[in-house]
Write a protein of this length. Structure first.
Length: 326
C-alpha cells in the first residue's frame, strides 16, 4: 500500500517511516524541512509541506498524521496553528486516502488515580490541560466534524519512547546533575508508556480493521510502570550504573509552581502526585491489539542507540536530526 506519514522528521514519524517501509509499503514521508535527513531517503519519497497552510498530497491509500507541536511550553497561537489548523489542512490534503490515522495524545486527559478510559476526554477541568493537550483535543473535534475518510482512527498514546526518542529520554536525563538524580518528589505514581513498536502495531491493527467511521483508542504497553522505576531504569542503562538520588520536596515544588518558577506548573505537580494509567481494553477488544514490547526489554536497545549518537549529553540537546541517526 501507499502510505503518507506526516511529521516524518520527528521521532515517532521517523520510526513509523522505517517500520512500514521495512514491511514493504511505499512511503511518502512528509515534513516541513526543505531538505530531509539523508537516511530518510533510504526508506521513503520525501514530500515537503508546511501543514499550517493549505496544500495537496499525492494520491495514497492511508495517511498517518504524526506531525504536531508537542512542546511543554509555547504560545497558544502556535499550538492552535500546528495542531488544529494543521490537522484540518492534512485532512483536506489526504482526501483521496481511504484511511486516516491521527496520532493524538494522552495529554487530552488530566492525571487521575482511576483507570483512564477514552470517554474521560473533555469531561475534566480542561482549563488545567496544557496548551498541547487543549490543542490536540480540539484537533480531534476537527476530525469528528470534518473527516470524510471511509475509515478514521484517533490513537491516544502515553509517553512514547524508543529509538530516536527526543522527548521522554531527554526529560529523564535532565534530572541527572553531576552524576546524581534529582528526583522531583518520590515519583511513586503509576504511569502508562507506549513503546514505538507497540504504537506501530496499533496502527497495523487499524489498517487491517474492517471498521468504518471514526474510532478513538488509548494505546500503551500492556502494563503500567512506577515512575521512579522508569527513571532508574533509563539512567542505569545509559550511565552504566545505579546513580545516587537526592529528592526534592514536593511541597517545595508546589511553592515553585505557585510562583511560576523553574518551569513548575500545577499540571506537572499533578503528574507527580497522581497516576496516569490508560485503559487499553477497548483497542484490545475491537482491534485485537496485543502489545509487543515492554520497557525492560527495550532498555538495552535504547542504551546502545544513545551510546551510538555520542552519549547522554548529546541526547539532552534533543536535536531534530537525532530521529534519523540510527
Amino acid at each position: 500500500m501507499k502510505i503518507i506519514i506526516t511529521g516524518a522528521t520527528g521521532s515517532l514519524g521517523a520510526y513509523l517511516t522505517r517500520h512500514f517501509s521495512d514491511k514493504g509499503h511505499e512511503i511518502i514521508a512528509s515534513g516541513r524541512d526543505k531538505t530531509p535527513p539523508q537516511n530518510l531517503l533510504k526508506y521513503a519519497e520525501y514530500f515537503q509541506a508546511d501543514i499550517n497552510h493549505a496544500f495537496q498530497f499525492p494520491e495514497a491509500d492511508i495517511c498517518i498524521h504524526a506531525a504536531a507541536l508537542s512542546d511543554d511550553k509555547g504560545a497558544w497561537k502556535d499550538f492552535y496553528e500546528a495542531n488544529v489548523t494543521g490537522t484540518e489542512n492534512v485532512l483536506n490534503a489526504s482526501a483521496t486516502c481511504k484511511t486516516f490515522i491521527q496520532v493524538s495524545t494522552s495529554a487530552v486527559y488530566l492525571p487521575e488515580n482511576e483507570l483512564i478510559t477514552e470517554e474521560l476526554a473533555g469531561k475534566q477541568n480542561n482549563k488545567l490541560l496544557s496548551n498541547y493537550g487543549k490543542s490536540k483535543l480540539l484537533s480531534e473535534e476537527v476530525i469528528l466534524e470534518k473527516s470524510k475518510h471511509e475509515k478514521c482512527f484517533i490513537l491516544r498514546p502515553r509517553a512514547l519512547y524508543g529509538i530516536g526518542d527526543k522527548k521522554i529520554l531527554p526529560r529523564m536525563l535532565h534530572l541527572v546533575k553531576k552524576d546524581k538524580i534529582m528526583t522531583p518528589g518520590k515519583m511513586l505514581v503509576d504511569i502508562s508508556m507506549t513503546q514505538y513498536k507497540n504504537f506501530a502495531y496499533a496502527v497495523e491493527c487499524c489498517m487491517e480493521s474492517s471498521l468504518t467511521g471514526i474510532h478513538t483508542y488509548n494505546i500503551a504497553d500492556d502494563r503500567s510502570y512506577l515512575l521512579i522505576d522508569v527513571l532508574r531504569g533509563f539512567t542505569k542503562e545509559i550511565y552504566g550504573k545505579r546513580l545516587p538520588e537526592k529528592q526534592i520536596s514536593i511541597n517545595f515544588l508546589k511553592l515553585m509552581a505557585f510562583f511560576h518558577l523553574g518551569g513548575m506548573t500545577p499540571l506537572l505537580i499533578r503528574s507527580l502526585t497522581k497516576n496516569m494509567v490508560l485503559d487499553i481494553s477497548k483497542i484490545k477488544k475491537e482491534l485485537n491489539y496485543q502489545a509487543q514490547m515492554e520497557l525492560e526489554n527495550s532498555l538495552e536497545e535504547l542504551g546502545n542507540w544513545v551510546r551510538k549518537i555520542g552519549g547522554a549529553e548529546i541526547l539532552k540537546q534533543a536535536e531534530k536530526s537525532l530521529a534519523w541517526e540510527i
